[in-house]
Design a protein around this ligand. Structure first.
Ligand SMILES: Cc1cc2nc3c(=O)[nH]c(=O)nc-3n(C[C@H](O)[C@H](O)[C@H](O)COP(=O)(O)OP(=O)(O)OC[C@H]3O[C@@H](n4cnc5c(N)ncnc54)[C@H](O)[C@@H]3O)c2cc1C
Length: 556
């Protein structure tokens, strides 16, 4: 059954029907003419197991002024099918009014986009927006039709989930097949090594056995020791979050021979964000993962080389014109300049019983892949920051209930107003203030947690299938040598913040330069940084002229 695009329109029903004809090859496009019919049809679709990808609602269906009714219909649709993307379309003569009046609803998540009804043929801007919504739906909800990678493994195992997480973050369409399924048997037969699971059928590279995420990453990007021994890069970027990706795009585009070393998948913290709404130039928001995938592609097109799955374990700072040496367990990489872009890592809960269930119901970060598995279940998000708010909203698309647990009395001190409003208006989300998670367990998977009331000290066990921990983050600097000065919290000092005894000729280093010549720091890892995607990518691009200047002064 093709996924459904459901259009509810009146005046412009024929226009919209004809505009959506181009999607008919892949989607079942249906048009209804009344709001009640829309709700009935949505119910029917869900009952019959059809996947509703997109609901399009013409605002004039409700008469000139009835924005409230349009919003409540949208909210109703969202309750019936929370995973569908919702698009409101306005006729030309009321777009400005709708835009004004629906803005609050849009901020509260009642709809995903508001567009003008196309007024002529080939309104590609309209279709770009529709395609973005469908593509976002496809990458977070639908089972991929294209299988670039086939994993043969038992679906519930921790390693399987970790492999899937990597592939999702790489934007690689894949599917898991059980070993005794027809595809499973076919892949096992094609593997010519000793019996092993998981097996991964990687694009044209054949079937490989993988025992870690790193081995899967290596199958795509190679290992550090595959770099030619004599190669000295102009620029080695450590970390591929937004700051490292920006440094890679700008560095490579300006002719620097650039390598990026990344411990996990590209995207960093931003890569775990379901929807970044405040990044310049994306009025409908963009998922952090997709932003990162695009940036990686962009950097690769300019010639940057990515090696992922290898944590950098050390750095040997070389004097004068000698290249610095960046160490990993899979070999060293030499470069004349190094950009530290290792960002920050999630704080741990530190409760052994729950740490043991990491990946099996307990997740750090919004865990995009795991969110889909929470369908119909009760989940708890711990944390009061924007990342926790975004995670809760994303999870509410799948889970039956989402409880946000915070120690404080509310969210207003720690979360943006627009997210608080969106959470308030989502019936599946509940806030539980003044409490903390102190215990939990389950047989093989998380089944319950213990919540302590911070006022009374009373601990209450409650059923919980998914615990999503967004507890803030600490800088990832344990690999840095003493030549690179850190502040008391472990963030890298740059520019005027570098201790004066490390200044040269009584002059501070350049703004993004550290205390070691040729070593720079950008993004969240840098002391005093803003901890936002735009700031991180801004610093990643701003560092490149400084790298150029360093290379020019230190060239033979
Ligand atoms: C869930 C969530 C939602 C967010 N939403 C928003 C938002 O809506 N808007 C906004 O502006 N900001 C948002 N942020 C904040 C934003 O994501 C960060 O400010 C931004 O990602 C920082 O980028 P960065 O490149 O400095 O570091 P990071 O994103 O932390 O990336 C660092 C990278 O370095 C890698 N790394 C670390 N150590 C090593 C090592 N030793 N060797 C190799 N690689 C290493 C990590 O694996 C990681 O990929 C959000 C953050 C989270 C967690």
């Amino acid at each position: 059954m093709d996924p459904v695009i459901l259009i509810a329109a009146d005046t412009n029903a024929d226009v919209l029907r004809s505009e959506f004809e181009r999607y008919q090859r892949d989607y079942d496009v249906q048009v209804v003419r009344e709001a009640t019919e829309l709700l009935a049809q949505t119910h029917r679709m869900v009952r019959t197991g059809a996947q509703v990808a997109l609901v399009v609602l013409e605002t004039s269906l409700f008469g000139a002024d009835d924005v409230e009714q349009a919003l409540s219909t949208m909210q109703h649709v969202r309750q019936i099918v929370p995973t569908a993307r919702l698009l409101a379309v306005s006729p030309f003569d009321r777009f400005l009014i709708d835009n004004e009046q629906l803005r609050t609803g849009q901020l509260q998540g009642a709809l995903d986009a508001l567009l003008l009804v196309p007024r002529g043929a080939r309104d590609e801007e309209f279709h770009v927006a529709v395609t973005e919504l469908l593509s976002d739906w496809g990458s977070t909800v639908a089972d991929p039709e294209v299988e670039a990678v086939r994993i043969v493994a038992w679906p519930d195992e921790q390693l399987t989930l970790a492999l899937r997480d990597l592939l999702v973050r790489m934007g690689m369409p894949h599917r898991v097949h059980e070993p005794d399924s027809p595809v499973g048997r076919e892949v096992i037969a094609a593997y010519d090594g000793p019996p092993a699971l998981p097996l991964v059928d990687v694009l044209s590279r054949g079937v490989v056995a993988v025992s870690s995420v790193r081995e899967l990453a290596a199958a795509f990007y190679g290992r550090p020791d595959e770099v030619d021994q004599d190669t000295v890069f102009d620029l080695c970027v450590v970390g591929a979050g937004p700051s490292g990706l920006a440094a890679a795009v700008y560095g490579a585009s300006e002719g620097l021979q650039t390598v990026v070393l990344e411990a996990e998948a590209v995207g960093g913290q931003a890569g775990t964000s379901s929807m970044i709404r405040n990044y310049l130039g994306f009025p409908r928001g963009i998922s952090g993962m997709r932003l990162a995938q695009r940036a990686r592609l962009q950097a690769t097109r300019f010639g940057a080389r990515f090696i992922t799955g290898w944590e950098v374990t050390g750095l040997t700072v070389a004097p004068g014109r000698e290249p610095h040496c960046v160490h990993t367990d899979g070999g060293d990489v030499r470069a004349r300049s190094v950009v530290i872009a290792t960002g920050a890592a999630y704080r741990k809960l530190g409760i052994p019983a729950l740490e043991e269930l990491t990946g099996r119901g307990v997740h750090y970060g919004s865990a995009m892949t795991a969110a889909r598995e929470m369908e119909g279940l009760d989940v708890v998000v711990v944390g009061g920051g924007n990342s926790a708010g975004q995670a809760a909203l994303h999870l509410a698309r799948f889970a039956r209930s989402v409880t946000i647990a915070v120690r404080r009395t509310g969210l207003h001190e720690t979360m943006s107003r627009y997210l608080i409003d969106e959470l308030d208006s989502n019936p599946r989300v509940e806030l539980r203030p003044c409490c903390e998670v102190v215990d939990g367990g389950g047989s093989g998977r998380l089944e319950w947690i213990g919540l302590r009331d911070t006022n009374t000290g009373e601990v209450t066990p409650r059923p919980c299938a998914g615990l999503f921990l967004l507890l803030g983050a600490d800088p990832r600097c344990n690999w840095l040598p003493p030549e690179v000065c850190l502040d008391e919290r472990g963030f890298v000092l740059t520019g005027r913040d570098v201790p004066t005894d490390r200044w040269v000729d009584e002059l501070p280093p350049e703004s993004l330069a550290t205390s070691a010549a040729g070593i720079f720091a950008v993004g969240d890892v840098r002391a005093g940084s803003m901890k936002r995607v735009a700031a991180a990518s801004g610093e990643g691009s701003s560092v490149v002229p400084l790298v150029h200047a360093h290379l020019d002064t230190n060239s033979d």
